[in-house]
Design a protein around this ligand. Sequence first.
Ligand code: GUN
Length: 296
Amino acid sequence: MSAAIIDGKAFAAGLRGKVASQAASFARAAGRPAGLAVVIVGEDPASHVYVRSKHKAMAEAGMKSFDHRLPADVGQDDLVALVQQLNADPVVDGILVQLPLPPQIDEQAIIATIDPDKDVDGFHVVNAGRLAVGLHGFVPCTPLGCLMLLKERLGDLSGLDAVVVGRSNIVGKPMAALLTAENCTVTIAHSRTRDLAAVVRRADIVVAAVGRPEMIRGDWIKPGATVIDVGINRIDAGEGKTRLVGDAAFGEASQVAAAITPVPGGVGPMTIAVLLRNTLVAAHRNAGVGYEKGAL
Ligand code: GUN
């Protein structure tokens, strides 16, 4: 069997289009565009690439982004002061502090400073808690994007066995909470899981978020399962070239699964699309502008 390819790039483009049209209505109603402040510290090239694409996507959706760049040696107090200033700024609806932060900065303390209602990354403990108990709040962009792809593909997820490989605060844990809320039977597996292959083999839904290139092999996948690959790993392709691979061995897994996300072009494009969506939701709440249920 050859798996259907779940086209995250196309789904994300559709979501971005929907956000853009809602963003235009928001701007008319509020008299200003929805705004996202993006804070980046230091010169990490990968982080700068991500942040550039966030600014570009915001502009393309007709929303405003505010670019805050701080030197790598910035002190904790200065960074806290900036976040507090953004919390108080009425035209800033969402705040994103790009991670990782340099070692002198207490990352959790910075995240804790962000107003939970502007925390469009969904990293604040208040939003993690809201997700855990089923209250409205901001959900981290990557797992929410994975859930959108799963629901688009499978419809109702009730009763399905889901295995999330990886237990990070950004992907694994919120993904497990989202799938639990969809009535899946959820297992969180990780590097210490005994007989990981056997655990993954039980799953109707596999979410691979371990950060290890091609770790999930084809013979770990139950025939007919749906595989969502969150990994983005750059590996040596010989002759001085590199290529991107996921956490699942795509060639093998796609022989067994019913559907699978490719890398690149699967989960990756969803992260920014959901960030735009979360920012627009924040803007409506912040400005007291209503929107139709289900429109975002
Ligand atoms: N670094 C890598 N991914 C992310 C993300 O989604 N949000 C933030 N703030 N930092 C990141």
